[in-house]
Structures are given as C-alpha cells and as structure tokens.
Design a protein around this ligand. Structure first.
Ligand SMILES: [Zn+2]
Length: 306
C-alpha cells in the first residue's frame, strides 16, 4: 500500500492506493497554519489513522509547497512559511519510524500524470500548474527530477520570455523579482492582466466565458495568455525538450489551450520550429498532487523501517 499526503496551506489531504493505483481511502483535515509541530503531528496522525482503518502498513510520500534542499535537509521556498528552514522530512521520518519522501507539489503532479495520467508511457514529462500560482515539475521515468538544488522545474519564477512593449518590466513578484511568468500566466496573473488593460474586474472563468460570448476585451486577454504560455513553454522545450507537457490547475480547463493555437505558437518560438510536443490536459485533476505523493515510492509498496 502507498500513502500519499498533500500538504496544502489550508488543508492536508491523505490518500491510500493499492498496488494497482486504486484509491482505498481518502481523508482531509485542516492544516494547523503557523504551527510546525502541529503540522508534523497532523501528518503522522493521518498516516496512522489510514493504516489502522485499512489494516496494513504503507510507504509514505508527502507533497509540500516548497522543496527539501538535499544538502541541508531543510525546506525552502514554501509559501506556507512556517515550514521554511525546518527539517520536515527528517522530523516525519522520526514521527513515523520509517523513511518518508518529500517532494515539491508540482513535481508530485508531474509524477502522478507520468505514472497513470496524461503522460503515461512518456519518459520525460513536464507538468505545469496554472492555478493561484504557477508551478512546474519534471518527472523522468516516473520519478521526480528535483535537481541539485531542489529547484528544477521552478519555471514560474523565470521571466516572461520575448517580453514586448507594456510587458516590461512586468508585475512585482513575491519572490523579490519582477516579470516572473507566474505574474502573467497563473489564474491570478490572468485576472490581473485583464483588469490592468480593461479596468474591469472579472474572475478567470468569467473572462473565458465573456471571450466565448464575443467580448473583444476578453478575447484579447485569452490571446495574450496563450502567447505568454507558448513563450514560456518554448524555453522549457529549448532546455528540456520533454516528451509531453501536461497542464493542471484552474486555467488548464480552458479548452482553447488544446485547439492547436498554443501548440502552433510553441513551435514558432522554440529553436528551429517543427516542434510536435503534445500539450495535454491532466487526467487526475485536483487529485494529481496527492496521488503523485503516493507514487514517490514507485518501486515498492511498503516503506523501509529506519
Ligand atoms: Zn517570482
């Protein structure tokens, strides 16, 4: 049995999968915000509850909103800031008396889609989450590629490429820089850009609906979004050239992203053109993060006791 935990800013979700990836049980609790020891305890209790109800022991993988730096074992870049600088993986191992694997939540998304989702059968999967923020993750042969510094795939905090005119310098980002892709192509960025140009305040889904109804302002916003995602992904293709790109998060529900225009522009911006990389909508939706956490143990179904 594999147990996956998705540690979010407002809730912690746990899932248990059998060897075939079938969901056995799912539980959610509120995140003890600002309370590190409480967060470790809540994860421990969720795992023990799962195992008690299901009558077996599982491997444990945890998706976190940040990364564990290999050299130090400490969490960094988590927007749940009470985790930063803390040895979360080590403390979870101690609390659960076994080896526990932690990975960035966007990397978990990529792993989930690589194993039995939209990237199934592909060696190198680039996963993109276009939600409140903009995350990127890399799965190679079904495993996380976190990188030497734990920041591989942190595509959202690279600048919008081939920026033009009023796209410079771009919005200030919480990371301390300006013009990050996240500020443009996250759901939040999409709404901000629409408001910036039109002085109208609409939610992302409302902008999409307005575009479908023939609203010129909304149509132009969707076209700007498409161009920006294409430019961002062209850099991914030039550096990583993944076998497939899988989109997740709220904006991945925008049908227009799969009608060929995004792919055409991706090819135009990538070096030399002729790019045929498929861009697919995710299969597992909101469950990708927690499923991917469970799949952080691809090779065996039970954790090693330490
Ligand atoms: Zn940034």
């Amino acid at each position: 049995m594999r147990i996956g935990i998705d540690l979010g800013g407002t809730k912690i979700e746990a899932i248990a999968l059998d060897a075939a990836g079938t969901e056995l049980r799912r539980v959610r609790v509120a995140t003890p915000r600002g309370d590190y020891d409480g967060t470790v305890g809540a994860i421990r209790d969720l795992v023990l509850e799962m195992e008690s109800v299901l009558g077996e022991t599982g491997s444990v993988g945890v998706g976190i909103p940040g990364t564990v730096v290999a050299a130090t074992g400490l969490v960094k870049n988590a927007n749940s800031t009470w985790l930063n600088g803390r040895p979360l993986q080590k403390d979870l191992c101690k609390a659960l008396s076994r080896e526990v694997r932690c990975a960035n939540d966007a990397n978990c998304f990529a792993v989930s889609e690589a194993i039995d989702g939209a990237g199934r059968g592909s060696r190198v999967v680039f996963g993109v989450i276009l939600g409140t923020g903009c995350g990127g993750g890399i799965a190679i042969d079904g495993s996380v590629h976190a990188g030497a510094n734990g920041v591989a795939g942190e595509w959202g905090h690279t600048p919008l490429p081939w920026a033009k005119g009023d796209e410079l310098p771009g919005p200030a980002c919480y990371c301390g820089k300006s013009g990050c892709l996240e500020g443009w192509i996250s759901g939040t960025g999409f709404e901000w850009d629409f408001a910036r140009v039109t002085s109208r305040d609409l939610r992302g889904a409302e902008i999409v609906k307005a575009a479908e109804s023939g609203d010129d302002d909304a149509e132009a916003a969707v076209q700007r979004l498409t161009s920006r995602i294409a430019r961002g992904l062209a850099v991914v293709v030039n550096v990583l050239d993944p076998d497939v790109i899988v989109l997740g998060g709220g904006l991945s529900n925008l049908d227009r992203l799969y009608d060929g225009e995004l792919s055409r522009q991706l090819s135009d911006y990538s070096f030399g053109g002729g790019i045929t990389t498929p861009i697919r909508r995710n299969v597992h939706g909101d469950s990708s993060g927690v499923r991917g956490a469970a799949w952080l143990w691809p090779e065996r179904a039970t954790g090693t006791t330490v």
